[in-house]
Write a protein of this length. Structure first.
Length: 230
């Protein structure tokens, strides 16, 4: 069973293909969080996949949208699998068990961290001005991604937002592996996850009927649209 501060939709437990796309997932989360947030709460998206989820959530609850730029540190031979994450403040969280299991060398770890820090810095510089007024200092924050696989990216975001001065941090994700949900939940005020799944084989994409990688051009367009709407 998940932690006491985890809210899920029991009817979606262990199911796949429950959302048509990320925007639909954001609307489902909006229904879960309706009347549960402070009036000045800030929705913060982890780009890229978290942006359409968070944009739909923020629009549904009439709340402002911000960015929490975090990126996973991927394996040299597999860009889909991460062994840690880098947050917008430059902080690093490593999955030491993954590092040991994959027998990464110290040089490969350092190169991965440096490469990801550059990626995060570029995104902060390029995208930060689009939602410049959405600062977490002193505010209650809901940080959003399109799913939790290992939880390391989300935990990096939560820790960085705490250091940035957020008054409290909640997490809202459409889907998550049970182990990742249980790992992140103790670090936050509440964790909302509509579709919790367990088992050895888990992929965020399996919760969606239509899922694809969002490129930088589409990401920028989404953020400009959200900024104009706000």
């Amino acid at each position: 069973m998940p932690s006491a501060n985890v809210v899920e939709l029991a009817e979606l437990r262990e199911r796949t293909r429950v959302f048509s796309d990320r925007s639909h997932a954001g609307r489902v989360l909006a229904g879960m969080l309706s009347d549960r947030l402070e009036p000045d709460c800030l929705i913060m998206a982890i780009p890229a996949g978290g942006v359409p989820v968070a944009a739909a959530l923020a629009a549904g609850l009439h709340l402002p949208l911000g960015l929490a730029v975090v990126s996973k540190i991927t394996l040299p031979w597999n860009s889909e699998v991460g062994f840690g994450a880098v947050a917008f403040d430059g902080s690093v969280g490593l999955n030491e068990a993954m590092v040991a299991r994959t027998e990464l060398t110290p040089q490969e770890v350092e190169e991965g961290i440096a490469r990801t820090r550059r990626k995060v810095a570029r995104r902060v510089e390029r995208l930060g001005s689009l939602l410049a007024d959405a600062e977490p200092v002193g505010r209650d924050v809901v940080v959003v991604d399109d799913g939790l696989a290992s939880g390391f990216t989300m935990r990096a975001a939560v820790d960085a937002l705490g250091r940035a001065g957020a008054a409290s941090v909640r997490v809202a994700v459409p889907t998550g592996h049970l182990a990742a949900v249980e790992a992140v939940a103790p670090a936050v005020r509440e964790l909302y996850c509509a579709n919790i799944r367990s088992g050895f084989r888990y992929a965020v994409a399996d919760a969606y009927m239509h899922w694809y990688d969002i490129d930088d051009h589409e990401l920028t367009a989404m953020l400009r649209k959200a900024a104009d709407a706000g």
